[in-house]
Structure formats: structure tokens, C-alpha cells
Design a protein around this ligand. Structure first.
Ligand code: GAL
Length: 420
């Protein structure tokens, strides 16, 4: 049974974090393939787009970098690569990758194109995506493939371009400026209606995302408001993609969003995947599910076994938890003054077996599961949670400061040998 663990880092077959953000997911020959931004923990430059695969959304295999940094050009040194989207073209059988490329100050946006022969092989960068013979100088993108195999590019502010039959050019601007001020577009179709999702522009900060609905991609598009409870900041995430999952209760659209964590995006940023309820009158994600199965739509309760009350902003102060088992879950609270905790797991001989960082910052407070370790051979271990003394802080283009006002770590409980 597939299980989705929301808002916490996932780990691959080697115990490394699943480092794929601004992502998309597609199914090929029975396996799910996740493509996303391969981030670092200190700076924002392009170091590649990653590809991971899974059968159950729990066990992830790192397939490699689908597109490593290029020697020069749009994805060369000191460039940005974001919001990678991969499509399989039914006409050519090739895999087509689109992305946002930019300079480090986000002042030279351009949509890029790469093509690959296999889903888990390396793609070849082709340069800019052209529309009427010119590069499309835009940034946040999304993609959508309609039932007839026609593919579309979605951009910030709500432009929709139809792509050529081989998906390698934009050939028609079919809708324009639907969502002024909108970023991170995502689109899906359900019950004969089209839904178009956007976030507001708050850099890595989350906001209340919203949507439009239409009978045709050409419009007219009707503004429908929020699809998550107001003030939840889209359950602390920013929309990036919607895919369909065939579960026991039929086909459901699944929302995919980013819980960013700048600057430690590689370790601490996480994905949020939630079932969408969509019908003729609109769409919503009525509640946040911490752990759930897309097969049954059941939620899996995540509760600590042992309660803790550790709260500190003193750099170097730590909470040590000896445990027996093969896995440990940590519970805690995120809030405006939260910062990063360094996580170390030592085995019985004192050898470090796992190391990562987790984030205790969120603009709207949230209590729950914060970390679920990778599986380790059953034994005696010690988990050490150390206050790093650092909180995530970033600035938008205008120089406005965003992020944490402190560096607190607040733990509320733990559970070992978890079968969550
Ligand atoms: C967001 C955008 C992200 C990234 C970020 C940088 O608004 O959706 O993809 O570009 O800004 O600050």
C-alpha cells in the first residue's frame, strides 16, 4: 500500500534526503518518477535536476541527475534552474523537459528545453524554448497534458501556450494574463472542468494559494478563490503540480506543493501531497493529512509514544534520546521563531549512522511529525537533536526580509520502532 508522509524530508535507498523540489511526477511502466530541483544547503545556484523513482511513495530510489549543470549557457555556472517539468510526448516517444532558467538575481529569466530518450536517463539540454522564433523570457512555469495528448505550458501571471506536437516549441498563446501576480502555476482536469492553481509572490514564504476554473483551456477562466482553509498558507506549501492517482476509490487528483526551507533546502525542504476534491462547482483540499494512503484515502495516525518538552534557542544545546529499534519519529512544533535543528543518530558503538537538519520555522504554527528517520538495522541507537543557532532568512528582489525571527527548536515527543 502506498503511503505519503507529508511535510517531512523523505530518504532514498542510501539514506540521503530525496532532494527534488518545485517538482513533478509521472508514471512510466508502472513506476512513479519524481523530477525536481536538486538543491544545496547554502546557496541557490543550479546544481542539477534530480530523478527519483518509487512504487509506493515511501521507498525512493535515486535514479541520478536527469540534467546536470551545463558548461555554459542558460544552465551554466552561476545560474538558476527551477520548476522542472517532464512530459512524455506520445508522437515522438521522447521525454521533454521544460524549466525556468535565470541568473542568480532572477533578472534574466528564460524557459529552457531538454530532451531525453528514456525517463531515467540523462536529458540533453537544447537551449531556450522558442515561441514565434524567440526565447520565452518568463520564469515560474507548469505544464498540462490534455486527454487528447496536446501539451500546454503554463506561466506566472497566467499565460497558457499550446506546445507543438513534438512538445519542443510553444506554438500558440491560448490564454493571457489570467492571474496577474500569480506564480507557480499548476493545472488539472476533473469531471470535464479545468482547474488552474497559483500562488502569490512571496518568494520562499508560503501564502494562501488560489485557483481558477473553466470549461475550456482557452477560457473564460473564472476566479474561484482559495482551495485550502484561509490562513493555513495552503497547509504551509506552495503549489507546483497535480497528478492523478488510481486508487481503490477511483481516480483522484493529487496536489503537490513545496514546503520550502531556504537556505537549507537540500536537507530540510519537504513536499506536501494531498488529495483534491474536485467537482463541477469547484475544488478544495478540505484538510491536511499528515500521513495517508492514496490507495485507500485512509489517514495513518502519527502520535508520539513518549512526550518531551524540549524548547531552546541556545546554539549547541541538545536533546539526547536513546532508543531501541530500526527507526525513530520525532514530533515538534514549528512557528515564527523556529530555526534549524541538527539531527545525528549514533549506533551502539557510537558511530554516526545518519545526519541531517530539520526546520522548526513556519509563519503559521504547526504541531506534528517533524522527522522520520531512514530505516536502520534493529539495534540500540542514540538520537541527538542539537540547536543549530540558525533560522532560515531570505530576501525577495525588492530587499524585503522574510523568514524566521529566531532559531528555536521545540520538541514535543518521539516514537521508536515505528510502523507508521
Ligand atoms: C518563488 C518561486 C520559486 C522561486 C522563489 C525564489 O516565488 O515560485 O520557484 O523562484 O520564488 O525566491
Amino acid at each position: 500500500m502506498a503511503k505519503i508522509y507529508n511535510g517531512i524530508p523523505w530518504f532514498d535507498q542510501d539514506g540521503n534526503t530525496v532532494n527534488a523540489h518545485g517538482a513533478c511526477i509521472l508514471k512510466e511502466k508502472g513506476r512513479w518518477y519524481l523530477f525536481g530541483e536538486y538543491k544545496t544547503d547554502d546557496e541557490n545556484k543550479y546544481i542539477g535536476f534530480s530523478c527519483y523513482s518509487t512504487l509506493d511513495f515511501t521507498n525512493w530510489k535515486f535514479e541520478g541527475l536527469a540534467l546536470p549543470p551545463q558548461k555554459d549557457d542558460l544552465l551554466g555556472p552561476d545560474r538558476i534552474g527551477e520548476r522542472v517539468k517532464v512530459l512524455k510526448c506520445p508522437k515522438t516517444g521522447k521525454f521533454v523537459m521544460l524549466m525556468h532558467t535565470d541568473d542568480l538575481k532572477y533578472c534574466d529569466p528564460c524557459i529552457g528545453l531538454a530532451v531525453g530518450d528514456s525517463i531515467n536517463g540523462e536529458f540533453t539540454f537544447q537551449g531556450p524554448l522558442l515561441y514565434q522564433g524567440k526565447p520565452l523570457k518568463m520564469w515560474d512555469i507548469g505544464t498540462f497534458v490534455d486527454d487528447d495528448g496536446t501539451a500546454y505550458l503554463l506561466t506566472h501571471e497566467g499565460n497558457i501556450y499550446r506546445l507543438s506536437k513534438d512538445y519542443t516549441q510553444a506554438v500558440e498563446l491560448i490564454a493571457e494574463n489570467i492571474a496577474p501576480g500569480g506564480e507557480s502555476p499548476a493545472c488539472f482536469k476533473a469531471k470535464g472542468k479545468y482547474f488552474l492553481l497559483f500562488s502569490h509572490k512571496t518568494s520562499w514564504e508560503r501564502n494562501d494559494n488560489y485557483y481558477f476554473m473553466a470549461d475550456s483551456l482557452y477560457g473564460p477562466w473564472e476566479y474561484k478563490g482559495l482551495f485550502c482553509p484561509k490562513g493555513s498558507l495552503t497547509y504551509n506549501s506552495q503549489c507546483s503540480f497535480v497528478f492523478h492517482y488510481d486508487g481503490e476509490k477511483g481516480r483522484i487528483p493529487v496536489y503537490m506543493g513545496d514546503r520550502w526551507s531556504f537556505p537549507r533546502q537540500a536537507s530540510a525542504a519537504a513536499l506536501v501531497l494531498l488529495p483534491i476534491e474536485a467537482g463541477e462547482s469547484g475544488m478544495e483540499i478540505p484538510q491536511y493529512l499528515e500521513i495517508w494512503s492514496p490507495d485507500t484515502l485512509n489517514t495513518i495516525p502519527a502520535k508520539p509514544e513518549k512526550l518531551l518538552s524540549f524548547r531552546s534557542n541556545v546554539e549547541g544545546e541538545s536533546c539526547v534520546i536513546p532508543f531501541h529499534g530500526s527507526r525513530i519519529a520525532l514530533f515538534g512544533r514549528t512557528f515564527q521563531e523556529g530555526g534549524y535543528a541538527d539531527i545525528d543518530i549514533f549506533n551502539g558503538e557510537g558511530k554516526l549512522v545518519h545526519k541531517t537538519a530539520i526546520d522548526f520555522y513556519s509563519l503559521v504554527p504547526c504541531e506534528g511529525l517533524r522527522y522520520l528517520s531512514p530505516m536502520v538495522p534493529e539495534g540500540d541507537y542514540t538520537l541527538k537533536v542539537t540547536v543549530s543557532g540558525v533560522g532560515g532568512v531570505w530576501y525577495n528582489k525588492k530587499g524585503d526580509r522574510f523568514g524566521s525571527k529566531g532559531c528555536f527548536v521545540e520538541l514535543t515527543g518521539w516514537k521508536a520502532d515505528v510502523n507508521l
